[in-house]
Design a protein around this ligand. Structure first.
Ligand SMILES: *Cc1c(COP(=O)(O)O)cnc(C)c1O
Ligand SMILES: [Zn+2]
Length: 356
């Protein structure tokens, strides 16, 4: 079921929907149905968890074999950390998790046209899976976005709609267009987080049926953090784990609204950081992110521009080529390295490929 965060009304998933009639944001509130004992026998992609995903008929699954990204070790300044290589995806970022589930459901609903706004990875992911599904999509982008970033979206056959103004103006334009189309939004649509939650299941399987103690990840709109939190909560409900990992959210110092809300301080919130994937000044699900962090005794840290740029090189010197938004999380891990004890398992999410 979909449930409105504002008025509490719920809706059946039988018909397409991306928000409440009152304009409120929706959550997905289905019963958790997990049978981890059968997972190991399934094909190693994220659809091995289909029983917990909202797509009814396998024939509607729109997949490029995404997910089940490898864990591996990397060296921080004086210790080792386990990285989840979520930059290894068909379009080059973890957003394929959400796009695969959301576009599959759109196919199940018979949707033939959608809109989304993004200048980067979410746009590429939605465009690729829509291409795969034969769904037309319009991706709204800031007119100022770099042509290189738009090339991938265009290549998938999406219609680019350039909007003059800020990233927020772009979201507004897509939002308006969605009144006569379907908003395949990685921010608004709760089914996107149903896709990102599979990352938690994978970590649990890859750590031989245990949860990590700590998960470090970058946060912009929170689609990764909220999904990962959801996944671990479902595992806990099933009894597969008995406590939630502590989530450490990493933000760019110059765009750190989650830090400001978590610490109830005014923050420096502009739109500019080299880590464009997390340059989100006003995350729509801000309160949800903060609640999730408090529930797992998590924390938020900020990293400055130099630390982000440096982390990108630091990773590359170990053969790991990631984009700056992913490097930001690594910069965060380096900052809290002294807090990570050797007998705890910490997982660092690397979210986007450096070839982007
Ligand atoms: C989108 C993105 C993020 C941030 O994810 P949110 O869901 O917006 O918090 C981080 N890294 C990369 C590479 C991204 O594409
Ligand atoms: Zn409502």
């Amino acid at each position: 079921m979909f449930a409105c965060q504002t008025c509490g009304k719920s809706f059946s998933p039988a018909r397409p929907r991306w928000r409440c009639d009152c304009g409120g944001m929706l959550d997905w509130t289905s019963e958790t149905k997990l049978h981890p004992e059968v997972w190991a026998g399934q094909y190693p992609d994220m659809w091995r968890y289909q029983e917990s995903l909202p797509v009814i008929h396998s024939a509607h699954i729109v997949s490029l074999g995404e997910g089940f990204t490898p864990l591996t070790e990397m060296t921080l300044d004086s210790s080792q950390i386990t990285i989840k290589q979520d930059y290894l995806f068909p379009t080059g970022s973890f957003k394929d998790r959400g796009a695969s589930v959301l576009v599959s459901k759109m196919k199940e609903w018979g949707i033939t046209h959608c809109v989304e706004d993004s200048s980067g990875n979410a746009g590429s992911a939605i465009a690729a899976y829509c291409a795969r599904a034969g769904i037309r999509c319009d991706i709204y982008v800031p007119a100022s976005a770099s042509p290189a970033k738009l090339e991938q979206i265009k290549a998938y056959g999406a219609q680019l709609v350039a909007v003059n103004g800020s990233r927020e103006d772009t979201a507004c334009a897509a939002f308006k267009a969605a009144e006569s189309s379907f908003y395949a939004s990685h921010v608004w649509h709760p089914l996107f987080m149903q896709g990102t939650k599979t990352a938690a299941f994978e970590c649990w399987e890859q750590l031989d049926g245990t949860a990590p103690d700590i998960v470090i990840l970058p946060v912009g709109n929170g689609s990764l953090l909220l999904g990962v939190a959801l996944g671990f909560r479902e595992l806990k409900k099933t009894g597969a784990i008995n406590r939630l990992p502590r989530l450490i959210a990493v933000q760019a110092e110059q765009v750190s609204p989650v830090f400001a809300a978590f610490h109830q301080t005014g923050g420096q919130i502009c739109n500019r950081t080299c880590a464009s994937g997390i340059a989100v000044a006003h995350p729509r699900r801000l309160q949800q992110i903060v609640r999730e962090l408090r529930e797992c005794s998590g924390m938020v840290i900020k990293v400055d521009e130099n630390a982000i740029l440096d982390a990108k090189h630091f990773a590359a010197r170990q053969g790991i080529y990631v984009e700056l938004s992913a490097a930001a999380a690594l910069a965060g891990a380096r900052q809290v390295e002294h807090m990570l004890s050797a007998d705890e398992t910490a997982i660092l999410f690397l979210t986007g490929h450096g070839l982007k």
